[in-house]
Design a protein around this ligand. Structure first.
Ligand SMILES: [Zn+2]
Length: 247
């Protein structure tokens, strides 16, 4: 019996005998591993649908609990992302981050729509693609329940502070912070930008750009936060992204 599903291939793993294991983010099945049987001719439509940066319709079958690829059709190709090194680096990182945050077999339709929005918008954006990555990260943090707490001191509720405690994942005031804590300055502009990115859809951000200084500060904060809360420091695509976007 065949299984039909819409999905995005977020990773491909080479297997012996020229076979591939596709990591498919399926809209209704969540993240699943799909084995391909054999080599397909290069121009075959199923082969095209196996490439990265596609939103596709896939036909699979299941044997002894394992998924196998039968055929695929491209619903929408975002191949132009691969033609721009910056967009490519950003999207590779977003895919790896998504992969790391999905549990095999657990549907995440909200996150699926978010990833699709990301592909749609980054393909069209003209510059500052990293801002879209930051917005994606913020929405991912919100959906996984580890958003930084940015309204008031996390310990006493004092609303007047611009210092952020990494260990506490939130703002902290002068009275509550401890000597050896990792504290970052977080001025109001950055807090406002983070909230703005959280509360607006990716599609609404297609033309948004930021003052360079603010963007640099946002990058600095987000990089440290994600390293602490999502373990991104070990991600290959993150290192690659850092070599492409240096600020
Ligand atoms: Zn306090």
């Amino acid at each position: 019996m065949y299984i039909h599903t819409d999905g995005i291939i977020i990773k491909q793993v080479k297997m012996p005998d020229d076979r591939k294991m596709l990591i498919l983010f399926s809209k209704n099945l969540g993240k699943i591993s799909v084995a391909t049987n054999n080599q397909y001719p290069t121009k075959n439509k199923s082969n095209m649908a196996m490439q990265s940066f596609n939103y596709g319709k896939y036909v699979l079958y299941k044997v002894k609990g394992y998924y196998y690829f039968n055929q695929g059709d491209i619903l929408k190709s975002y191949y132009r992302i691969g033609e721009d090194i910056e967009k490519y680096a950003c999207t590779s990182y977003v895919f790896e981050l998504t992969d790391a945050n999905l549990i095999e077999g657990k549907p995440e339709s909200h996150l699926f729509d978010l990833l699709l929005d990301f592909l749609e918008v980054i393909e069209k954006r003209k510059k500052e693609h990293i801002l879209l990555v930051r917005a994606f990260e913020i929405k991912l943090l919100a959906s996984t329940g580890i958003m930084p707490s940015l309204n008031e001191c996390v310990r006493c509720g004092n609303p007047h502070t611009n210092e952020f405690s990494m260990a506490n994942g939130g703002l902290i005031c002068e009275d509550c912070k401890e000597k050896d804590e990792l504290i970052l300055k977080l001025d109001n502009n950055i807090i406002k930008v983070i909230k703005y990115l959280e509360n607006n859809s990716l599609r609404a951000l297609e033309n948004l750009t930021l003052d360079q200084k603010i963007l640099e500060k946002l990058n600095y904060f987000m990089n440290i936060y994600l390293e602490n809360y999502m373990g991104t420091n070990n991600m290959k695509s993150k290192m690659f992204l850092k070599t492409i976007i240096k600020k």
